[in-house]
Ligand binder design. Structure first.
Ligand SMILES: *Cc1c(COP(=O)(O)O)cnc(C)c1O
Length: 377
């Protein structure tokens, strides 16, 4: 069976995890966590990056830092993962879903301004498939209306928009290192703080409401409970696993891109023949090959495609069921404007196997079977 995803593994993970165990440093904010944080800050020119227990808790932290009040509104796409929406709900905000662009599957920046009300506080930009939203326009709208911007860059680690790392453009950025993402620590994530005015508040929030970070830096002589907080520190064991992969970040990125580019080249003729549609990468964006999807002609065709591939031992999967049509989406939010593309585009999208170190023969087989399916219809 050709899996849809295989978690990344480069080889040194075990050695680094053993090092953490042998040194009796397995709790949060140990040496590997510090190395990872620093790596992201240097590589992405980020003001401050802190590992968290997941991409979801990175989003929770970011939205809590936005200081929302019950009744405040948060704008986000309906075509996203539940975590993007849970974070504002946890803060008591209500959700305002906006349509996506059919080319990138990202929030349609042209449809944002019309849904802003006097209760709107935050825009969450989800960089689907590691391809950036139109951030210049989104930031301009946000500044004009005095809104904060959170980037859900869970899928966008190592991608850029106009040369800037995703996650470093808005007020806050969120990464995920779940095993389905490009770089993994099993479960984990990171929050990016782009305005240093939030640094201290973020540290306190992440460290159970204490000023422990300040204490460790010698800035206060004892630490105490200073504000509301929770625990968002991952174990250094998990950070050790991630560190091995960061040392190979370019290699992992290049390897994934080569699979992505192969699919793209091979399926170009199918797009030219009007049978499928391929992903669009706007010229301002460099992507990280997080995902390769095609769009079928219809929902029915997609179901047939998935069955055909499965019969041939290849696992292909569809993606998000739009949140505004889910029970919780209806409870916590509303779709503002017209659902022109969200439902119809998500119905046609199917993702192909893509992971680090994918076997060459497996890749050949996926390519051949996709072509075989489309030769028959
Ligand atoms: C994976 C993902 C998340 C959640 O990350 P976890 O680490 O699994 O909690 C949030 N948003 C998007 C867009 C994702 O793809």
């Amino acid at each position: 069976m050709i899996q849809f995803n295989v978690p990344p593994f480069v080889g040194q993970e075990t050695e680094y995890m053993k090092e953490a165990i042998d040194n009796h440093k397995i709790c949060g904010d140990g040496p590997f966590t510090k190395k990872c944080n620093q790596w992201f800050e240097e590589r992405f020119q980020a003001q401050k990056v802190m590992l968290t227990t997941s991409g979801s808790t990175a989003l929770d932290m970011a939205l809590m830092l936005c200081d929302l009040k019950p009744g405040d509104e948060v704008i986000l796409p309906s075509y996203t993962f539940s975590s993007t929406a849970n974070a504002p709900v946890l803060c008591g905000a209500s959700l305002v879903f906006v349509d996506i662009r059919p080319d990138t599957m990202n929030i349609d920046e042209q449809k944002i301004e019309a849904v802003i009300t006097d209760k709107t506080r935050v825009i969450i930009a989800v960089h689907y498939a590691g391809v950036a939203c139109e951030m210049d326009t989104i930031m301009e709208i946000a500044r004009k209306h005095n809104l904060l911007v959170v980037e859900d860059a869970a899928q966008g680690v190592m991608s850029t928009y106009k040369g800037k790392a995703l996650g470093t453009i808005g007020d806050f950025g969120c990464y995920s290192f779940h095993e389905t993402k490009n770089y993994s620590m099993g479960e984990g994530g990171a929050v990016v703080i782009n305005d240093s005015a939030y640094n201290e508040k973020a540290e306190i929030l992440r460290e159970k409401g204490t000023n422990r970070a300040k204490f460790f830096r010698g800035q206060v002589d004892k630490y105490t409970w200073v504000d509301f907080g929770d625990s968002y520190l991952p174990s250094d064991l998990n950070a050790a696993y991630l560190w091995a992969q960061l040392e190979h970040a370019d290699d992992i990125n290049a390897n994934r891109l080569s699979v992505w580019n192969r699919y793209y080249q091979e399926f170009m003729p199918l797009q030219d023949a009007g049978k499928i549609q391929l992903p669009v990468i706007p010229s301002d964006c460099e992507h990280n090959a997080h995902m390769f999807y095609i769009k079928c002609g219809s929902l029915k065709e997609r179901s047939d495609f998935i069955s055909f591939m499965k019969k041939n031992d290849i696992l292909c999967t569809f993606h998000y069921v739009p949140l505004h049509s889910a029970p919780a989406g209806q409870k916590f939010g509303r779709f503002s404007g017209v659902d022109e593309h969200t439902t119809s585009e998500s119905d046609r999208l199917v993702r192909l196997p893509l992971y680090y170190n994918m076997d060459a023969a497996d890749l050949d087989k996926v390519v051949a079977k996709v072509k075989e399916f489309y030769a028959s219809i």
